[in-house]
Ligand binder design. Structure first.
Ligand SMILES: Cc1cc2nc3c(=O)[nH]c(=O)nc-3n(C[C@H](O)[C@H](O)[C@H](O)COP(=O)(O)OP(=O)(O)OC[C@H]3O[C@@H](n4cnc5c(N)ncnc54)[C@H](O)[C@@H]3O)c2cc1C
Length: 262
């Protein structure tokens, strides 16, 4: 395990590149997996460019077979998946949060920690301005139950109806992208999908969610999907374990009442 020396005050994530490049250059790993965070993507792209290999982005799963690695990853904003077999090493992959389960280690050992000096890059990135992001209020990837709202919710004040259901179930509230980025009714970290969160909850209840692939790609690993939509042909029903083709404004109070009745 390598631990990079704390960079000097004012360094940006880009400034870590030379240190990481030196490590990759010395150790010559066959596979490099990087978290698909904003910083991770940045580092992944730069390493790929310097190594003259292509990065496999948004990897969902991979198999290491005798004849090499095959990775399944998303393309076209989650509209499709591609199976890729890189022909050259090293293989660089970015992996989104929530895609892999951590496995219990049989005989855990304390790894040897090797300290790496921080290499000051010749050309440093310059921070011009800093703006605060709103505080993150939820980590949907860890939620066990999720009540997800779509544009079938007609008014912002109706969110309280779904919040009541979520409270009864001990669930987190989530939404589709239009409710967050379009209408601004819920913060960004609450929307599910290709450009939002991936969830692995036991239960997902979609209320007025149509089921476009950019959204449903984020719920493929949910154990039980329940969909409420007044359009019986809504695509979400193809993926749902239980579907209720009805007006959510009628279903919601009935659901809450049924749960309360036990
Ligand atoms: C590059 C790109 C990335 C994207 N990334 C994401 C992403 O990460 N996450 C995401 O969610 N979207 C994403 N989108 C948007 C996505 O394509 C869809 O537009 C979006 O998911 C649709 O949201 P929705 O289901 O809430 O709305 P709509 O598609 O408008 O569906 C609303 C549904 O509500 C139903 N309805 C209406 N009234 C009622 C009622 N009273 N009772 C019951 N049902 C009702 C309707 O029948 C309809 O099916 C992305 C799009 C692009 C192009």
């Amino acid at each position: 395990m390598y631990r990079i020396e704390k960079p000097p005050e004012g360094c940006l994530v880009e400034d870590l590149f030379d240190t990481l490049w030196e490590l990759v250059n010395q150790q010559k790993p066959a596979y490099v997996l990087i978290g698909a965070t904003t910083s991770g993507r940045l580092i992944c792209g730069r390493l790929a460019a310097r190594l003259d290999v292509s990065a496999i982005t948004d990897v969902r799963s991979f198999d290491l077979l005798d004849d090499g690695l095959t990775a399944r990853h998303m393309i076209f904003a989650g509209g499709a998946e591609r199976l890729e077999r890189p022909l050259r090493l090293p293989v660089l992959m970015s992996v989104a949060r929530g895609q892999f389960e951590a496995e219990a280690v049989q005989n855990p050992k304390t790894p040897e920690v090797i300290d790496l000096p921080f290499l000051v890059p010749e050309k440093r990135s310059v921070l011009r301005e800093r703006m605060d992001l709103p505080a993150v209020s939820v980590n949907l990837a860890d939620a066990k139950r999720v009540v997800c709202l779509g544009r079938g919710i007609a008014r912002q004040e109706d969110l309280v109806l779904a919040e009541n259901l979520a409270r009864e179930l001990g669930a987190e509230i989530a939404c589709t992208r239009p409710l967050s980025e379009g209408l601004g009714w819920l913060p960004r970290e609450r929307y599910i999908g290709i450009s939002g969160a991936y969830i692995k909850s036991d239960l997902y209840i979609g209320l007025g969610v149509s089921g476009q692939v950019q959204h449903t790609v984020g719920i493929t690993d949910v154990k039980v999907i329940v969909a409420v939509n007044r359009d019986p042909d809504a695509p979400i029903f193809k993926q749902a374990d239980y579907g209720i083709a009805a007006d959510l404004y009628q279903v919601l109070p009935a659901l809450i009442e049924a749960i309360r009745a036990g």
